[in-house]
Design a protein around this ligand. Structure first.
Ligand code: HEC
Ligand code: HEC
Ligand code: HEC
Ligand code: HEC
Ligand code: HEC
Ligand code: HEC
Length: 189
């Protein structure tokens, strides 16, 4: 118990000091974590995410799937590199709170490395995103969907009716509007 208390005090000094009694109280009951992080609700688990504030590096120790994207400057998260993780993934709002915070109705796909065009604009998210997440700690598949691993290659989702006769680069002749109207690649003779 004294050790726990000591940890809390150190933790509290490292972080932004409370400016009021009410805020002081928050340190001892900041609110339950989301279901995803339920294993981190213990008093000794705070420093998994907190040091001075909630720095990226803390989250990225476990979330190597995101670290990988940031390191290679790829994907959605790389476009928001300078924003705090906690500004989009709000914590301490209870078990039922959706920590991902994705709104499929308003999500702007132009913020990914593959803007949707043509017929793709009318396709449902889950027709393209079917992969399952790999657990951040155990690295085993979960039941949750992931948006991280979709392959942008046309042939990963579409059958090559020409049976590789024309190569794998479909875009030389087609766009995403309709298959039946191939776009000419070479100018007319
Ligand atoms: C026609 C197929 C298709 C549809 C429909 C689609 N996506 Fe994607 N999406 C992709 C592909 C392919 C990528 C991978 C781009 C890359 O990283 O090269 C991607 C990337 C993403 C990413 C970025 C992942 C990352 O971390 O970089 C998010 C988030 C995402 N899609 C969300 C959505 C949501 C939400 C919807 C529905 C509103 C949706 N997508 C609809 C094909 C699709
Ligand atoms: C601008 C808002 C925003 C910021 C900042 C942000 N995220 Fe996300 N994050 C999202 C959205 C939206 C999704 C859902 C789409 C996706 O998976 O890419 C997401 C998805 C995720 C996922 C699940 C990915 C999957 O699809 O499997 C993890 C893990 C994650 N974020 C961690 C982080 C970490 C760690 C940071 C800080 C380094 C961070 N995020 C910063 C908005 C954000
Ligand atoms: C899974 C990660 C995680 C764990 C574990 C965690 N927190 Fe947090 N906490 C956050 C995030 C994210 C925020 C939002 C603040 C931000 O992003 O700047 C936050 C905010 C807070 C705040 C509000 C003040 C501030 O710094 O913004 C307090 C107080 C707090 N946490 C205390 C705790 C305590 C005490 C524990 C341990 C019992 C704990 N937290 C465990 C992620 C976590
Ligand atoms: C001690 C390891 C650990 C730390 C530190 C950690 N997480 Fe997680 N996180 C997990 C685990 C485990 C899950 C649930 C399994 C999964 O989806 O990977 C998870 C799930 C998530 C999800 C939901 C993914 C989904 O699609 O359901 C998001 C978003 C997320 N974490 C963001 C963060 C952010 C932001 C931080 C830092 C404030 C953080 N995590 C710190 C281990 C961690
Ligand atoms: C991540 C999966 C995914 C990728 C990658 C992808 N598509 Fe699609 N595309 C779909 C889905 C799902 C549909 C809607 C169902 C269908 O028509 O097959 C669709 C529909 C289409 C259509 C409309 C078909 C019709 O008859 O209405 C065209 C054309 C098309 N895609 C072209 C392309 C081209 C060209 C590429 C490569 C640049 C590509 N797609 C990459 C998933 C994908
Ligand atoms: C050299 C140009 C060229 C390339 C490259 C090419 N196509 Fe085509 N594609 C055509 C032409 C021409 C037609 C229309 C005549 C036909 O059906 O053969 C067509 C038709 C199609 C159709 C419609 C078939 C039908 O019966 O409605 C699909 C689907 C298609 N292509 C998919 C692909 C995919 C997937 C790729 C990439 C692996 C690809 N094509 C690459 C020229 C091309």
């Amino acid at each position: 118990m004294p050790k726990t208390f000591f940890t809390l005090i150190i933790f509290f000094l490292l972080s932004s000091p409370p400016s009021s009694f009410a805020q002081f109280g928050k340190w001892f009951g900041p609110g339950e974590l989301s279901k995803a992080h339920e294993k981190l609700n213990g008093v000794s688990d705070c420093t998994n995410c907190h040091s001075s504030g909630v720095p990226h590096d803390k989250c990225l120790v476990c979330h190597t799937e995101i670290k990988d994207k940031l390191d290679h400057n790829k994907g959605f998260h790389a476009k928001f590199k300078t924003s705090k993780c906690g500004s989009c993934h709000v914590e301490h709002k209870g078990k039922e709170h959706n920590i991902v915070g994705l709104n499929v109705a308003t999500f702007n796909h132009a913020n990914t490395d593959w803007p949707l065009t043509g017929a793709h604009l009318k396709v449902k998210c889950d027709s393209c995103h079917k992969e399952k997440r790999v657990d951040a700690i155990t690295k085993k598949p979960t039941k949750t969907i992931t948006y991280l691993d979709a392959s942008p290659a046309c042939t990963s989702c579409h059958k090559d009716v020409h049976q590789t006769k024309y190569g794998i680069e479909c875009r030389g002749c087609h766009d995403t509007t309709a298959w039946k109207a191939p776009v000419p690649t070479t100018s007319a003779p």
